[in-house]
Design a protein. Structure first.
Length: 66
């Protein structure tokens, strides 16, 4: 089995078509996800910054280990 140069026997056209089809599919998926993914409102995250008693004890132990 001899490996031939794809530029000389016309196989390069098949490789280019395969590459182009993959790029087209990726572009179509990107367009589909951006068009049909309508997010109206983004919920704002609210974090609880108040520490309870057990967290205060853990913080004190970390700051003063001995």
């Amino acid at each position: 089995m001899k490996i031939e140069n794809p530029f000389t026997n016309g196989q390069i056209k098949n490789y280019l078509l395969l590459y182009a089809s993959i790029v087209v599919i990726m572009v179509l998926f990107f367009i589909a996800t951006t068009l049909f993914n309508d997010i109206k409102d983004v919920d704002k995250k609210v974090f609880n910054t108040q520490m309870d008693e057990s967290t205060k004890v853990l913080v004190e132990e970390v700051e003063n280990p001995y």
